[in-house]
Design a protein around this ligand. Structure first.
Ligand SMILES: C[S@@+](CC[C@H](N)C(=O)[O-])C[C@H]1O[C@@H](n2cnc3c(N)ncnc32)[C@H](O)[C@@H]1O
Length: 357
């Protein structure tokens, strides 16, 4: 999406290598998070959490979708929605979030307490995917949370790699309903399409990935070229899809999300928590830390991908690590550092031996 992180960065304070990068996601204007004076709590009322259930006919969510695919090494191909088309076709939900119009009016990647950036895929998500490819994390039978998921590609990887439960959480209900759920469905559907075309035509997976690279099958592309009507995709009863039945979707602030899931008769404990580009605002650290503390399984891992510093909002890895160290609950290990553009990192948090609950 072509929005910018609305950070008020004095130009001279950003050196060129900090401000560059494939998609710097940094712009000149800033709308820093409204916080209390002590910068410990968001000033906006927290957004109530809720669970989103799949509609009975989830297929209609993809009517306007133009899929794209990212393939990283041996990872299964991950499909996501073309951002430009999404931006043009997504419709505002009938609630008071109105984030599609608000973000486009303000051309902002973040309106703190209103919109927390989930409508696009952020670059640290790709860093974490690369790390998963490099280190070969296993997901079989594990419970996974994609915390602050946006499109949800990290959770989708876990889903495709055999996780037993995958929960997706994003601040905004619009993100969950318009982007996360459709992206998860797209991945279930596209895999079924690929499987069925493979069955019919005996083609290898690699070739098909290439042909599917812009989300169209060969027959659909041929039809587009000669102007005829593209063949209809097989109608698949997605509501019964075995992968979808492993997924749950939540919106809302981390504190209310935590309350919501802790009320359940058997509250979840996650073996793996993914969280990418979620530590930009130090005001949210207490609730983020509490969420990780209460929801991580005793031997679980939190994979956190982040930039060194988020100009204008002020958070970043050093501040978060200091916070975590002061709490004394988790140890932090650095797994990967990127040198291009804004410095980026992937770290893993695990309970110090005496702190798991
Ligand atoms: C910059 S986006 C990153 C989205 C996605 N993880 C990615 O890498 O593409 C930050 C995400 O953090 C989540 N987030 C930030 N602050 C939050 C809060 N206080 N409560 C709940 N979620 C929050 C939002 O859901 C938002 O989607």
């Amino acid at each position: 999406m072509s929005f910018c992180f609305n950070f008020d960065v004095p130009t001279q304070s950003v050196n060129s290598d900090q401000a560059s990068g494939p998609e710097s996601q940094i712009c000149k204007k800033v709308n820093a998070a409204p916080t209390n004076k002590d910068n410990t709590k968001p000033a906006e009322p927290v957004k109530e959490a809720k669970e989103h259930h799949l509609p009975s006919d989830p297929q209609f969510l993809l009517v306007d979708a133009v899929p794209e695919t990212v393939t990283i090494g041996s990872l299964p191909p991950l499909h996501f929605l073309n951002e430009t088309v999404f931006e043009k076709t997504a419709s505002e939900r009938e609630d008071d979030e109105n984030i599609l119009s608000r973000t486009s009016e303000q051309r902002s990647d973040l309106i703190s307490g209103v919109y927390e950036g989930g409508l696009k895929v952020w670059e640290c998500t790709y860093d974490l995917l690369e790390l998963m490819e490099r280190d070969g994390e296993t997901f079989g039978g594990k419970a996974v949370l994609d915390l602050g998921c946006g499109a949800g590609l990290l959770g989708i990887l876990a889903l495709k790699r055999g996780a037993s439960h995958i929960h997706f959480q994003d601040y905004n209900s619009t993100v969950i309903e318009q982007l996360t759920v459709p992206t998860v469905i797209l991945n279930c559907q596209e895999d079924d399409d690929i499987d069925s075309e493979d069955d019919k035509e005996g083609r290898g997976n690699g070739k098909l990935q290439e042909e599917e690279s812009c989300g169209k099958t060969l027959k659909e592309k041929e039809a587009l070229r000669d102007g005829s009507t593209p063949p209809k995709r097989r109608a698949i009863d997605l509501s019964q899809h075995p992968l979808l039945s492993k997924c749950r979707f939540f919106s809302g602030d981390w504190s209310t999300f935590l309350d919501l899931v802790l009320k359940e008769s058997s509250p979840p404990k996650y073996d793996i928590i993914f969280t990418s580009e979620t530590i930009y605002n130090a005001a949210y650290y207490p609730t983020l830390h509490e969420t990780l503390h209460k929801l991580l399984a005793p031997d679980g891992l939190v994979y956190l991908a982040t930039k060194s510093h988020y100009f204008g909002v002020g958070g970043g890895l050093h501040l978060f690590e200091t916070f975590v160290e002061q709490r004394g609950t988790f140890s932090v290990d650095h797994l990967w550092e990127g040198e291009e553009g804004l410095q980026r990192h992937v770290v893993v948090l695990r309970f110090k031996k005496t702190n798991a609950i």
